[in-house]
Design a protein around this ligand. Structure first.
Ligand code: SAM
Length: 233
């Protein structure tokens, strides 16, 4: 797959260092929803039990996917970027129960009949896919009462809906551009409810103490019994 978006994310991958070997607690795998190390909640947000199935939309180099596999879940990751998945396969080759696919998240869901106990996305495909398309697809592939959670940067005030995201290339090249979707927490809550999700919560986790001002938007929702907009039975 070599479309413009996967090439853009391959470029991102080349400039992105691997996750640290251990976190502040000395653990070799862990879950992080935020852009800061050792910050915010962990995998408990997904309310999963060993044996459950979970899909990571835009898994990147697979740190969170691997962690859930070590907890005993069937942990599936999908990502557009071959380079990101190469990193994941190299770093987590010893982790069982982990499955990786190179695909656009929507295309993967569209081609699969699998249902998951939970889906999530950490600064991943949920940020970079039109929610009008993604939310019905996620709903259709979640088991009843399955959890969908995603994190991303909060919007810049006044900049809502589809925005341009720039991925730097070489010093003499224009950056690659991908689209992302930004809304305030209250708007995300309405959008998810309109698409048939219940128990919806959206909030901004404050940044760690210090000079950083940007927190982490965390949105969590449960699959309701009806997909309000998709026409699903
Ligand atoms: C900022 S990285 C985050 C990666 C990972 N979730 C993490 O927390 O480290 C965004 C990832 O989303 C992937 N991505 C973006 N749009 C996607 C899409 N439509 N389908 C699948 N993956 C996508 C990119 O290839 C990239 O690996």
């Amino acid at each position: 797959m070599t479309d413009a978006r996967s090439a853009a994310w391959d470029t991102y991958s080349r400039g992105k260092p691997q996750r640290r070997r251990t976190n502040a607690k000395g653990e070799t795998t862990w879950f992080n929803w935020s852009q800061y190390p050792d910050h915010g909640p962990g995998a408990e947000v997904l309310a999963l039990r060993p044996g459950d199935s979970v899909l990571d939309l835009g898994c990147g180099s697979g740190g969170n996917t691997a962690h859930l596999a070590t907890l005993g879940m069937t942990s599936v990751g999908v990502d557009l970027s071959a380079k990101q998945l190469d990193k994941a396969r190299e770093r987590w080759s010893g982790v069982g129960g982990m499955e990786l696919h190179q695909s656009d998240a929507l295309a993967y869901l569209g081609s699969s009949s699998r249902a998951f106990d939970a889906m999530y996305s950490v600064f991943g495909a949920a940020w970079f896919t039109d929610p009008a398309l993604l939310l019905p697809a996620v709903h259709a592939h979640l088991k009843p009462s399955g959890v969908f959670t995603f994190s991303q940067r909060p919007p810049v005030e006044g900049c809502y809906g589809c925005q341009a995201s720039y991925i730097p290339r070489g010093p003499d090249e224009d950056p690659a551009v991908v689209k992302r979707w930004d809304y305030e927490p209250g708007a995300w809550e309405l959008i998810l409810k309109e698409h048939g999700y219940v128990d919806v919560s959206a909030s901004v986790i404050p940044p760690p103490s210090g000079s950083r001002r940007t927190g982490t938007l965390l949105v969590r929702a449960v699959r309701g019994s009806r997909a309000a907009r998709s026409g699903e039975q």
